[in-house]
Structure formats: C-alpha cells, structure tokens
Design a protein around this ligand. Structure first.
Ligand SMILES: Nc1ncnc2c1ncn2[C@@H]1O[C@H](COP(=O)(O)OP(=O)(O)OP(=O)(O)O)[C@@H](O)[C@H]1O
Length: 243
C-alpha cells in the first residue's frame, strides 16, 4: 500500500499535504494525531471512501474497515452481519461466518440480535466481519476508544492474535499513545496533515508496557508539537527505549 505526494484539501483548507506513506505486507502501523490532524481523512482515502483522490494512491483491492462504532445492522442476526457481502450457498456462508465468530470468541452468539450485545462484543463482531473477507489491508479507525480499559486490553490481545493468524497489513488510528506502543510495528504521528514523527518498535509486544518511557515521551511531545516542527521527520529504531 502506497501513497505518494498525497494532498487532500476541502476548498482552500489543505488537510493532508504532500504525504508519502508506504505500509508493507503484514505490517502493523499505528497513526497517532490530535483531533483535526487529518487521521480520518487519510483513513477514508485508504478505505476508498473518498472519491476525490487521484493517481498518487495505490491501495490493494481487498480492504476492510472497522470504525469506532460497530455499525451492525440491527435487523440482521449476528452471523448475517458477518456474512454481509459474502457470496455463495447459505450453508457455506453461514459456516464461514461461524468460523470467524469462533475466532473472536463469539461462537455462541451466532443467532443473537446485535442490540443484545455489549460494546466489546459488538466490536468483536465488527472485527469478524472485517476479517472474514481476508483483506490485504485492515483499516481500524479508533476501534476501541468507546470501550472500558479492561475490555480494551482484551481487544488488544485479540487484535494481535487475529493479525498474527491472518497477517493483513494494518493501519490503525488512535489517540492513545499506550495503545500505539502495545500494538504497532511502526508508529506515525500526524500533525496538520504531515507525518512529523515515526518510530519503529522492535521490542517483543509482551515486554513493552513498563519499559517504553523514552518512546512514550517522544510520541507525547510529537503530539504536542505545533506546525513549527512539521518539516522535521525524525525516524528512530526504538529498541534503545527498551534498554
Ligand atoms: N467533508 C469535509 N468537508 C470539509 N472539511 C472536512 C471534511 N472532512 C474533514 N474535514 C476537515 O478536515 C480536518 C481533519 O479532519 P479529520 O476528521 O481527518 O481529523 P481527525 O484527525 O480524524 O480528527 P478526530 O481525531 O477528531 O477524529 C478537520 O479540520 C475537518 O473539519
């Protein structure tokens, strides 16, 4: 997946400016940025939801998006929500949806109605619905920000397990620096439509929580930086933060 010199404006208001971004096969990239920095605009472009983008965008055909809210159709049972858009005989499609729901720990809720699910369960269904199509690129737009802290941690574990099993490239948008550190191979900080910092994290995911202070500090200060730093793009290998 690649964007080259990508610019997006609404009228005179330039939201993304000359952005270059490449995500490798199977790479987990997290995009951090303050409110209004252009994260959703970028994600919508990659999702193919923004038809005003031109040739500077090269994205794989198979993509799936999970949003902050699960966006399930309340009049369709859970398995039918997962099966939306899948073609084939009903029995085979149901089997596929069932396997996906098992993978997210909801094999027992196939025939439930979406409105009877908790917020965390609904997001699990949204993940199953995204992954059942085996996308090459999985786009996650603040998927866990409405969940409580404990559910969010469980969703991190699940997301990593699913990513390891299916290996899509991932671009996840979040406001949460700790979430970024816990999940990413690479963290980008977007500010006023430019990438102002990138950090590659090489430490094993299970060993990141208490030792990442240096990295955390750098990401927080990049988030706090203004346009005056917008042209500086430091790129670090972040293992030193874990020493
Ligand atoms: N369709 C649109 N028309 C005009 N302006 C838009 C449109 N979509 C987004 N913008 C503007 O683009 C800027 C970036 O918005 P965007 O939603 O990408 O930010 P964000 O980083 O995702 O913010 P948040 O974290 O609050 O979701 C904002 O100033 C917003 O007002």
């Amino acid at each position: 997946m690649r964007l080259t010199n990508f610019t997006r404006a609404f009228g005179d208001n330039v939201i993304i400016s000359d952005l270059d971004l490449e995500i490798g096969k199977g790479e987990f990239v997290v995009l951090l940025g303050r409110s209004g920095s252009g994260k959703t605009t970028l994600l919508r472009t990659l999702a193919g939801l923004d038809d005003a983008t031109g040739q500077s965008v090269r994205i794989p055909g198979s993509r799936a998006v999970v949003f902050q809210d699960a966006r399930l159709l309340p009049w369709k049972k859970v398995w039918r929500n997962v099966a939306l858009g899948l073609r084939g005989l009903t029995g085979l499609v149901r089997d596929k949806a069932e396997r996906a729901l098992h993978e997210v720990g909801l094999g027992h809720r196939l025939d439930a109605w979406p409105l009877t699910l908790s917020g965390g369960e609904a997001q699990r269904v949204a993940l199953a619905r995204a992954l059942v199509r085996e996308p090459e690129l999985l786009l996650l737009d603040e998927p866990f920000s409405a969940l409580d802290a404990l559910t969010r941690l469980k969703m991190h574990e699940l997301t990593l397990a699913l990513w390891q099993a299916h290996r899509p490239a991932v671009l996840m948008v979040t406001h949460d620096v700790d979430e970024a550190i816990a999940l990413a191979d690479r963290v980008l900080v977007l500010d006023q439509g430019r990438i102002v910092t990138q950090e590659r994290i090489t430490a094993p995911r299970g060993e990141r929580s208490d030792v990442a202070r240096g990295l955390r500090q750098r990401l927080l200060s990049a988030l706090g930086s203004g346009a005056e730093h917008a042209s500086v793009i430091p790129f670090r290998q972040s293992h030193e933060a874990f020493a």
